[in-house]
Ligand binder design. Structure first.
Ligand code: EPS
Length: 404
């Protein structure tokens, strides 16, 4: 089973990630990881920090001559901003006088963090709860994407809405109705989104969103939004209904809901479907020349916790960034009196980045189940198992059910 573990404070020396359990002989380059890190940094509405950082990962282990060797892959992403924080975040004893943060921001982990960990400075909570940690996840996800690419699986994303501004054309519904005859590629969709400064698919929507972000800036306010993450080329049969924690949908949900500020998600058309007749929402099974497919994809490519061969489609909701420049009410923990929440450098919106992080988490879940199903000591062994399974699947079903 693959796993990854991240470490690092937002303004500490560096972020780390250890990626464990990947097969040998997989092509992995710093360049591909850095390309993903760059995508995470983009998006109109980010704050000053993204101007200070130029995230890049250094591979410390697990890769030789651009190929994995089966050992744990350790990555290091340095924080440029650390130079400005060295004294404040020293790991040694510190005699310096510095401001202790005692005013928690509603919507952030400030109060929950200090309450739980018995901390005497909210800074100690902010540092790890910051969404800066997601750079490590995108680096891990980049490695997962490199594995998936070997099997023709692509993962992409786009921003559906920011501040309640949706596109005129309902792209999400189009994806679920499976309207495109030749199918679609998640990468093509994502590349299109990458061209937009807020990662949306419609030009007029982009302009309206930028206007709304400008209004938020002027008012000292923030915005959230919704995003779509998609994977195409996923074989049928990943995940299982045998135990709750072996379900592919449950794993994807955990990965995406764990992204900072994500408060909700649905797979396929879950919320709208809940109000329809079964006959209106279940995806009819059809047969083409060599395979069994679904006419529509309302269930986002997963039935019974198992991928069904259709694209995997997830929609997530990110709340507005917690730090407000025109703050709302809170309580100063040093006096227990009512006050305004503390201002801290932050973003006005980060939905475009969130969509890229969702890609990383989705890619990770799929890679995990690919390795579980097809064995993972070397990429060659995995490919053999994959071809044997996918090549014979339809034939096996036919033979099993043929009337003798
Ligand atoms: C982030 C780095 C942070 C924020 C943001 C995400 O930088 P700083 O706190 O130094 O300005 O821009 O984090 C938050 C919005 C948050 O609430 O934690 C990053 O690298 O993505």
């Amino acid at each position: 089973m693959i796993r990854f573990l991240t470490a690092g404070e937002s303004h500490g020396k560096a972020l780390n990630v250890i990626v464990d359990g990947f097969p040998s002989n997989l092509n992995v380059t710093e360049e591909s990881i850095n390309n993903e890190l760059k995508r995470r940094q983009a998006g109109y509405g980010r704050g000053m920090r993204m101007k200070i950082e130029s995230d890049s990962a250094e591979i410390l282990s697990g890769v030789r001559f651009a190929k994995t060797i089966g050992s744990p892959i350790a990555l290091l992403i340095r924080n440029n901003d650390w130079q400005n924080w060295q004294d404040l975040l020293d790991t040694k004893e510190n005699e310096l006088l510095f401001e202790i943060i005692s005013i928690p921001r509603p919507g952030h982990a400030d109060l929950t963090g200090v309450s739980k960990y018995n901390l005497d400075d909210i800074r100690n909570s902010i540092e790890r709860s910051s969404a800066r940690e997601t750079a490590s996840r995108v680096a891990a996800g980049a490695i997962a994407k490199m594995l998936l690419a070997e099997f023709g699986i692509n993962v992409g994303s786009y921003v559906e809405s920011i501040g309640g501004i949706y596109p005129k054309e309902n792209f999400y519904s189009n994806l679920l109705e499976n309207n495109s005859k030749s199918g679609f590629n998640a990468l093509t969709l994502s590349n299109l989104a990458d061209k937009s400064s807020v990662r949306v698919l419609e030009r007029a929507q982009e302009e309206r969103i930028i206007r709304k972000i400008k209004t938020a800036k002027k008012k000292g306010d923030t915005l959230g939004g919704t995003f779509i993450a998609v994977a195409t080329g996923v074989p049928a049969g990943l995940g299982s209904f045998m135990q709750y924690d072996r379900r592919l949908d449950a794993d994807i949900a955990q990965g995406i809901i764990s992204i900072n500020a994500v408060k909700g998600l649905e797979i396929g058309n879950a919320f709208e479907g809940a109000g329809l007749f079964g006959s209106e929402i279940h995806d009819e099974i059809i047969k083409d020349k060599t395979n069994l497919k679904r006419r529509t994809n309302h269930y986002g490519g997963i039935e019974g916790g198992i991928s069904n061969g259709m694209p995997i489609i997830v929609r997530g909701a990110m709340k507005p960034i917690a730090t407000l420049m025109s703050p709302i009410a809170t309580v100063d923990l040093s006096t227990m009196k009512k006050t305004d929440a503390r201002r801290e450098r932050s973003d006005f919106t980060a939905v475009p980045a969130c969509a890229v992080i969702a890609e990383a988490m989705l890619a990770w879940s799929i890679a995990k189940f690919m390795i579980e199903k097809f064995g993972g000591d070397s990429i060659e062994e995995m490919k053999d198992n994959y071809s044997s399974y996918t090549g014979k699947m339809f034939g096996r079903i036919k033979t099993n059910f043929e009337r003798k």
